[in-house]
Ligand binder design. Structure first.
Ligand code: DAK
Length: 258
């Protein structure tokens, strides 16, 4: 029997797929689900046979937000003390790449969870939104910060202050998602993307993620300097030697992810 009850997981072809599985609440993100996602993602991070995580929900909902029933009774003090969503911050700190396959609703914490992922593949039915304002709160897991840095002030203000939802096509135009495909193809496409990433040299993949994320936190000159140092680090890896030797010898590289 699975050790998890709000998610299902499987690992094939170097990819751990985590499927949110609370259909009765449209995958609303309660504490247990957060802890289970974090635990499964951490297990993937430390497994040398895994090179990427795929995060997905159901056809109707990636996730309809934080669990409102769980949050409703909190006071300002208790919500701070309980630190209810720090697990999502820890997920964002992982070095393993995360691909999100989004169909249906990605609202509130669901939209924020998708934005924690590194690549978002959306189905045509996907709807992204930060409706927290309609509940008398604001986003709390990056929905003002990651969103503004990704889509700019005008759209972020529109979404955060009106709570309006945007379609997959709009999300693609504004750079919130990487690709939009037919709903039926979302999981297959996202799996292909995750497998492609997972089969590239592992250290280069992780440092590539780290370097791109640094662009969100650092001035350009500092970011360029950091990128150069990470670039140089990779010349000490077995996979760099193998990748370049294979190219010059006109053969297929055999990466060991070291
Ligand atoms: N929480 C709990 N239950 C939810 C839910 C949610 N977010 N969303 C849906 N459900 C439940 C419904 O209550 C319903 O349960 P039953 O009545 O059947 O028992 C079931 O899922 C099916 O939902 P509906 O019947 O409403 O389905 P519809 O197709 O009619 O509508 C909908 C789908 C997604 C439009 C609607 O369910 C909806 O508007 N859901 C709420 C969306 C929302 O407001 N999401 C934002 C939540 S607030 C924090 C950090 C972050 C946050 C908070 C704190 N800190 C660091 C402290 C984040 C906050 C949020 O995400």
């Amino acid at each position: 029997m699975s050790e998890y009850s709000t998610i299902t997981t499987r690992t094939t072809h170097r990819v751990t797929t985590i499927e949110l599985n609370r259909p009765e609440a449209l995958n609303a993100l309660n504490r247990q689900l957060m802890e289970e996602v974090l635990s499964a993602a951490r297990a993937a991070e430390t497994d040398e046979d895994v090179g990427a995580v795929l995060l997905t929900g159901s056809a109707k909902a990636f996730a309809a937000g934080a669990d409102i029933t769980e949050m409703a009774a909190h006071s300002s003090t208790s919500v701070r003390q309980a630190d209810i969503f720090s697990g999502w911050d820890q997920l964002a700190q992982l070095r393993i790449p995360i691909v999100a396959a989004v169909r249906g609703y990605a609202l509130g914490g669901g939209c924020e969870l998708a934005m924690i992922a590194d690549v978002i593949i959306a189905g045509e039915s996907a709807q992204f939104g930060q409706p927290e304002i309609t509940l008398g709160i604001i986003p709390g897991i990056g929905g003002t910060q990651r969103l503004a840095r990704t889509v700019g002030k005008a759209t972020a203000m529109d979404m955060v202050l009106t709570g309006r939802r945007i379609t997959a096509a709009e999300a693609e135009t504004m750079g919130l998602v990487s690709r939009v495909v037919a709903d039926d193809d979302v999981v297959t496409t996202a799996t292909d993307v995750a497998e492609q990433i997972a089969h590239h040299p592992g250290q280069a993949v992780r440092l590539g993620k780290e370097a791109v994320l640094a662009a969100f936190n650092t001035p350009l000159e500092q970011g360029l300097h950091y990128e150069r140092r990470l670039f140089e680090t990779l010349f000490d890896t077995e996979d760099q030697a193998e990748g370049m030797a294979a190219f010059t010898q006109k053969r297929r590289a055999e990466f060991r992810h070291r």
